[in-house]
Design a binder for this molecule. Structure first.
Ligand code: FAD
Ligand code: NAI
Length: 468
């Protein structure tokens, strides 16, 4: 293997965590490289996650809305090939955008698989199959992300038994789809195919949908809304296994507590039971870096492994598996390197589920606040009483504030409603600033906007709303 000049920082992985870290490091004046093995920048999020799924969610929503809500249109037909092309156009435009940003900031983009071979040394097997190269770096940032957790006994072929990667690339609308796992991927991808005409049944082990972290009230409301849209739910239900036959797939289920076995059939099964850290081929064992029982690379508060100049960010370590969380960590990890201090407020990372309506939340759920024993207030306001939502004929959902009863400080905000993902930004800022519900209630919100529902829910927490 030949050797190259030393870098200040080498980032392994070009996803939202890694590419942001690389750009930030270059902006800080550090000689930086980013190693990525998939042949495109942007990681899971841009290539097979956030971006393609949101393209399909947006277009399937428009199709569904035209078909069901606009009554006087005839001859509306689905063009799935076109929908997939639109998705690919968004993805390729954005990956090229990151390549451009790398060039603009002077980040060396190394295409290949990086393996740690020493505390300051990475061997790269190039994508094009050329000779392996050895790179040396003063600092290394690992950002290798995550992969879908497989379901034991159900082999993924990404055509009929799929993870989200296959689910964003189906070539026909399945007649029947079973989704194993009622978390965010299950509900987003289940929504896409349900809107396009599939009969979707979600099988969830727990008693609520939405995955870990969703407020119980919100999960119940969301389930009602999605059920009305045609999705079916089997909660408290365990999948025992499945048989993939030539004509269909049979999935055996039973009540989580045990009971009578039942069988469901489908032509496509989506496995969406969570994601796990990805470290295969990374060579952690060569340098003695540890992972925990869930495969997450162990780090301290400054993202350092036990080799202090090797730091880790994003899905491959602790915390929420979200693109914006990985990005924040990318910037903070670089600032630790360049300035000696960095900052991420883990109490104010928003979550958004891009169904229709969207669900979005930040801070604590009501069940978490209740568990602390601290007295609290709830203020909520329904979109059915909001003038803009009524004008848009889009009135499902509500805004819910949870505040400290003594101080009125906001503890959590939970929204189900049109554009909840945009609206939650105001809540995140409020939490960052340590705001009270009265701070929001006394802030002027333009009329007629959906955000008036946000203000009125805040008013409901410390006083009374006007319009409900
Ligand atoms: P990744 O994006 O996984 O990037 C890691 C990269 O490292 C990969 O490109 C991989 O090829 C590369 N790599 C791994 N090992 C090596 C190696 N040894 N050498 C070189 N390269 C390597 N999050 C949101 O916030 N919003 C959403 O709407 C959203 N939607 C999602 C939808 C789906 C279907 C999925 C699956 C995920 C979604 N996520 C969403 C989660 C989001 O994609 C992840 O949280 C995010 O991508 C994590 O970023 P990361 O940089 O840690 O890792
Ligand atoms: P998830 O953790 O959100 O949900 C998995 C669900 O599967 C949980 O409800 C869990 O109880 C259930 N489950 C686990 N094992 C099961 C079993 N054997 N049988 C039935 N149900 C089972 O994971 P998901 O949906 O796979 O998504 C992975 C991650 O990707 C998310 O946690 C999120 O961080 C990220 N993501 C974020 C999105 C967003 O921000 N909009 C969109 C998609 C993914």
């Amino acid at each position: 293997a030949s050797e190259t000049p030393e870098h200040d920082v080498i980032v392994i992985g070009g996803g939202p965590g890694g590419y942001v870290a690389a750009i930030k490091a270059a902006q800080e004046g550090l000689k930086t490289a980013c190693i990525e093995k998939r042949g495109a920048l942007g990681g899971t999020c841009l290539n097979v996650g956030c971006i393609p799924s949101k393209s399909l969610l947006n277009n399937s929503h428009i199709y569904h809305q035209i078909l069901h809500d606009v009554k006087n249109l005839e001859g509306v037909k689905l063009n799935l090939t076109q929908m997939m092309k639109a998705k690919e156009t968004s993805v390729s435009g954005l990956t090229k955008g990151i390549e451009y940003l790398f060039k603009k900031n002077g980040v060396d983009y190394i295409k290949g698989t990086g393996t740690l071979t020493g505390e300051n040394e990475i061997k790269v097997n190039p994508l094009d199959g050329g000779e392996a190269q050895t790179y040396r770096a003063k600092n290394i940032i690992i950002a290798t992300g995550s992969e879908a957790t497989p379901f034991p006994g159900l082999e993924i072929d990404e055509k009929r038994v799929v993870t989200s990667t296959g689910a964003i690339a189906l070539t026909e609308v399945p007649k029947k789809m079973i989704v194993i796992g009622g978390g965010i991927i299950g509900l987003e991808m289940g929504s896409v195919w349900s809107r396009l005409g599939a009969e979707v049944t979600v099988v969830e082990y727990l008693g609520a949908i939405g995955g870990p972290g969703m407020d119980a009230d919100m999960a119940k409301t969301m389930q009602k809304i999605l059920s009305k849209q045609g999705m079916k739910f089997k909660l408290n239900t365990k999948v025992l296994g499945g048989d993939v036959n030539a004509d269909d797939i049979k999935i055996k289920i039973e009540a989580a507590k045990g009971g009578k076995e039942e069988q469901l059939d489908a032509d496509v099964v989506l496995v969406a039971i969570g994601r796990r850290p990805y470290t295969s081929g990374l060579g952690l064992e060569n340098v003695g870096i540890e992972t925990d029982e869930r495969g997450r690379i162990v780090i301290d508060q400054e993202y350092r492994t036990k080799i202090p100049h090797i730091r880790v960010i994003g899905d491959v370590t602790f915390g929420a598996m979200l693109a914006h969380k990985a990005e924040e960590e990318g910037i903070a990890a670089v600032e630790y390197i360049s300035k000696g201090h960095g900052h991420v407020n883990y109490g104010a990372i928003p979550s958004v589920m891009y169904t229709h309506p969207e669900a979005a939340w930040v801070g604590q759920t009501e069940q978490e606040v209740k568990a602390t024993g601290k007295p609290y207030n709830i203020g909520s306001f329904p979109f059915s009483a909001n003038s803009r939502a009524k004008t848009n004929l889009d009135t499902e959902g509500m805004v819910k504030f949870i505040t400290d009863k003594e101080t009125d400080r906001i503890l959590g905000i939970h929204i189900i409603g049109p554009n909840a993902g945009e609206m939650i930004a105001e809540g995140v800022l409020a939490l960052e600033y340590g705001a009270s519900s009265e701070d929001i209630g006394r802030t002027s919100h333009a009329h007629p906007t959906l955000s008036e529902a946000f203000k009125e829910a805040a008013m409901a927490a410390y006083s009374k709303p006007i319009h409900a």
